[in-house]
Design a protein around this ligand. Structure first.
Ligand SMILES: Nc1ncnc2c1ncn2[C@@H]1O[C@H](COP(=O)(O)OP(=O)(O)OP(=O)(O)O)[C@@H](O)[C@H]1O
Ligand SMILES: [Mg+2]
Length: 215
């Protein structure tokens, strides 16, 4: 098993300290779930781990590279080709159709579209629709499909199924877990759903500025 992500001694504060001295690692075929109350810093941690925000203290290595020590171009390359980020609020191109949104991702990452995944996500029949004509849950599934189309080596997902009913949420997550195994990829998942967290290889609670392991 390869170590995909290694974070050491991360600390970060905005108006108040969010977390201090957090270390964690993630190997291929593994998943980490992070739970915690609103405002505890889960999204901030995800941004730091996923190339988007340099931590005030500490180091993040993805695929053996110190992502905040390398130059901007190398960091962008890692983000574009190896990392897939599902944001808490999704960012689809509104003037485009669902399919066009997914095609853009395939084009940028030089991959092809996995039609089976679109079927499994239950969005194959709405692909021709404009983003604004989709339901909130459909938009969320399209945005996850777009990220998966990049074939990321590491997936960062920030409450990816928050807009979905339980059954659909589990179906979508099942596909993501399958993908992680099949592609020897890794998943860092922020969720409020303890049952979903249990499907992950490791679970943590972000609380009192620490990342506490849950069993
Ligand atoms: N760019 C920023 N500038 C200033 N403060 C910020 C910034 N981003 C986040 N914060 C603050 O940091 C704290 C943690 O935010 P974060 O989004 O990481 O929480 P969270 O655990 O993801 O919460 P939620 O469950 O509501 O999504 C909040 O108090 C937030 O206001
Ligand atoms: Mg958040």
């Amino acid at each position: 098993m390869d170590i995909l992500l290694k974070a050491s001694h991360l600390s970060h504060a905005f108006d108040y300290p969010l977390f201090e001295d957090i270390s964690l690692s993630l190997s291929s075929e593994e998943s980490i779930a992070v739970l915690g109350v609103s405002g505890s810093g889960k999204s901030t941690l995800l941004h730091i781990l996923s190339t988007l925000l340099p931590p005030q203290k500490g180091k993040v290595e993805l695929f053996g590279q110190d992502i905040y020590a390398v130059d901007e171009e190398s960091r962008l390359k890692i983000r574009r080709y190896k990392v897939g980020i599902v944001f808490q609020s999704h960012y689809l191109f509104k003037g485009f159709s669902a399919l066009e949104n997914i095609e853009v991702a395939a084009l940028l990452a030089k991959t092809s579209i996995d039609t089976q995944l679109l079927e499994a996500f239950g969005i194959a029949h709405v692909l021709h629709k404009r983003v604004t004509q989709l339901s909130g849950g459909e938009q969320q599934r399209v945005s996850i499909a777009r990220v998966m189309t990049k074939r990321p080596k590491l997936i960062f997902a920030d409450e990816p199924t928050g807009n979905l009913d339980r059954e659909t949420a589990y179906e979508v997550m099942e596909e993501i877990f399958k993908y992680v195994k099949k592609r020897a990829s890794g998943l860092f998942l922020v969720t409020h759903d303890e049952k979903l967290a249990e499907r992950c290889s490791h679970r943590f609670l972000l609380e009192e500025r620490r990342l506490k392991p849950l069993h």
